[in-house]
Design a protein around this ligand. Structure first.
Ligand SMILES: [Zn+2]
Length: 641
């Protein structure tokens, strides 16, 4: 028999510090928890984050190994079995970056900066502003303002007679994954790409800049990967299989990589170019050779007791610099959740299923650690994973939010109905999420950009994320996303981090206890029916519905029929295509996929969209294939238990 779960009892006001109630468990007869005498016990996540974010954690560097050992030690102390899971992966790290702005034809540069960096030094310092997977080389050319650098921007420029060929595209962040902007610039014949944020988006025009406030100073910029994540995330030399020692690899030069030099720059430099864009040339010289480096996922396991079910939670341990928000906070909350669950296990709690917490490496380079991990464990996860719970930069304020795949809303509701809100005292997190019942909850389908991608799009497994937002600032992937920023501006007092740990522990416990019954197939099928009908309303460029309302209705009806007698199967797993979706072999989920020209957000029914481009007959064939899968699932539906 499991011990009574303190997380299912609504804490009273007298127990407002609910993490304490959790840590002390079924308190009265139990020994005090280890942290009781610790002066930092008022917010254990604060101390975890302070240590974690004390140094940069760039994947593949020697310095990042300190965090590997810290996380491993904390998990071991909390009673988890720990594995340091090594993969040898190709990573792109900078050695030397030179940037200059020249007045056209003149001698001395107006602006010049050279930065060098040694990823193998024990103290390499902060990585320069850098785009992971940029091409290396040298280019000098005039710049052209391409707005956000999306297809519509290039169409607009072409329509007004602007020739972008041979020029360096100056594009703002936002609107799509940054890698798509580089692909788009290459497609339109540009010679390089500079990415920046205007100061009225996240800099001085929004408020006081760091260190006076949380907004971005003019010299700093967002680092980030431009890997072709929409084709295949992870190590580009091992698409679809794990990068273990001695494994087969696609040779360098044969896998798709960005073709252009790309550099993020601060608003000061962007402004200097924009002011006299017709009169200046930009010079870029980048040396960032891709090279094989070891990365380490830290994986903690709490053994199952009599159930084959497995629940996995993860947050990325690596960061571009100190990453206190992204994703130090996610790691601290997950570590704290592991401490809470470890303490319960030590006191005899039977969680039924196996619990696994993963602290991923190299997420920032292109979801590498989690992708290699899922590729290595895909068969086991297909057989027994209940759900993956993702945490990424998920604490930046006190306002509760959640996202996930269809079929996970019920377990979210059950979990959050019994946990107090931070932002609206007296309400539960569920009340807060549904605005007191006035808003009917629905997840949008998860695209990509975080470690859930391999679970959802490669293995077809359910996923949930929860977190606390509402804070703002310009710290994303900058040098000042550090402990002080979180402590002073994002979550002073760490109440949201503590609540995130409490809610994550409660969710993991519930998933492990329920096993695959936690997945609500009826809810998932209803959601997919809704998405089918929405797809039928979408217009293509010609103004007609690309799918056709009648076809959309046939697909929706098939999901409605499944919802009426829910299959004993996980979705999207039951629909997976082993050969992948057209043009994207790694992506195996035909129900939805990351948008090819958006990256982070998703589009529904990618195989139908692709077929629609080949005409009516192809579209009918693809619809029939989806309907066949639905019919087969209906036949296999077990009688109600
Ligand atoms: Zn992140």
């Amino acid at each position: 028999m499991p011990l009574p779960c303190p997380m299912t009892a609504r804490p009273t006001l007298a127990r407002a510090a609910t993490w304490f109630a959790l840590a002390t468990l079924a308190a009265a007869q139990q020994p005090a928890p280890e942290t009781a005498a610790d002066p930092s016990a008022s917010a254990p996540t604060r101390e975890l984050l302070r240590t974690l974010a004390a140094r940069p954690r760039v994947a593949g560097t020697r310095e990042s190994l300190h965090a590997v050992e810290f996380v491993a030690r904390e998990l071991e102390r909390a009673g988890w079995r720990v594995e340091r899971e090594r993969f040898d992966v190709v990573l792109s790290l900078p050695r030397r970056i030179a940037f200059a702005i020249h007045a056209a034809g003149a001698g001395e540069p107006l602006v010049q900066r050279v930065e060098t960096w040694d990823p193998d030094a024990e103290r390499p310092g902060d990585i320069p502003k850098f785009a992971g997977w940029t091409a290396s080389g040298k280019v000098r050319a005039r710049a052209v303002d391409v707005g956000r650098g999306l297809r519509a921007d290039y169409e607009r420029l072409a329509a007004s007679g602007v020739d972008v060929r041979g020029k360096i595209a100056l594009a703002t962040f936002g609107g799509a994954y940054r890698g798509i902007k580089v692909d788009m610039a290459a497609e339109h014949g540009c010679a390089g790409v500079l990415l920046y944020s205007p100061s009225d988006e996240d800099g001085a025009d929004r408020g006081p800049v760091w260190p006076a406030g949380p907004w971005k100073p003019g010299h700093d910029a967002q680092r980030g990967s431009i890997s072709p994540m929409g084709r295949a995330p992870g190590d580009p030399s091992t698409p679809g299989w794990p990068s273990t020692a001695g494994c087969a690899r696609v040779p360098a030069g044969e896998y798709a990589m960005p073709k252009l030099l790309c550099l993020p720059i601060g608003w000061d430099d962007a402004h200097a170019i924009l002011e006299r864009i017709a009169d200046v040339e930009v010079e870029l010289e980048i040396d960032a050779p891709p090279a094989l480096r070891p990365i380490y996922n830290v994986v903690g396991t709490l053994a199952a007791r009599g159930s084959a079910a497995l629940v996995v939670a993860g947050s990325h341990r690596d960061s571009w610099v100190r990453g206190a928000h992204d994703s130090g906070g996610g790691c601290a909350a997950l570590l704290r959740a592991a401490q809470i669950l470890g303490a319960r296990a030590k006191q005899g709690w039977d969680q039924h299923g196996e619990l696994r917490v993963c602290f991923w490496d190299a997420e920032e380079q292109g979801l590498v650690g989690s992708t290699e991990h899922v590729e290595a464990h895909r068969a086991d996860y297909a057989a027994r994973l209940v759900a993956y719970v993702n945490s990424d930069a998920n604490v930046s304020g006190t306002r509760f939010g959640a996202s996930g795949t269809p079929g996970m809303m019920r377990v979210l509701r059950e979990t959050c109905a019994s946990i107090d809100s931070v932002a609206t005292p007296g309400r539960s997190l569920w009340d807060e999420y549904t605005q007191g019942g006035t808003k009917s909850p629905a997840f949008s389908l998860p695209g990509s950009g975080s470690d859930f991608a391999a679970f959802v799009h490669h293995a077809g497994l359910p996923m949930l994320e929860l977190g606390f937002g509402g804070g703002s600032g310009g710290q994303y992937h900058t040098t000042f996303d550090d402990f002080e920023l979180v402590d002073r501006f994002l979550d002073p007092g760490f109440a949201a981090h503590e609540k995130c740990a409490e809610a994550t522990a409660a969710l993991l416990a519930r998933l492990a206890e329920q096993g695959r019954a936690a997945f609500d197939a009826g809810e998932a099928c209803k959601e997919l029916a809704r998405h089918a009908r929405l797809a039928g309303l979408e217009k293509s460029d010609g103004g007609a519905s690309w799918l056709g309302e009648a076809r959309a209705e046939r697909l929706a009806a098939a999901f409605d029929a499944l919802a009426a007698a829910p299959p004993d199967a996980l979705l999207p797993a039951a629909f997976l295509r082993d050969a992948g979706i057209p043009g994207r072999a790694w992506f195996k989920n035909p129900l939805w996929a990351p948008g090819l020209e958006t990256g982070y957000s998703s589009e529904t029914f990618p195989t139908l969209r692709r077929a629609a481009r080949d005409g009516e007959a192809a579209l009918e064939r693809e619809l029939a294939a989806l309907l066949d899968t639905a019919t087969a699932l209906q036949r296999s539906t077990a009688p109600p238990r």
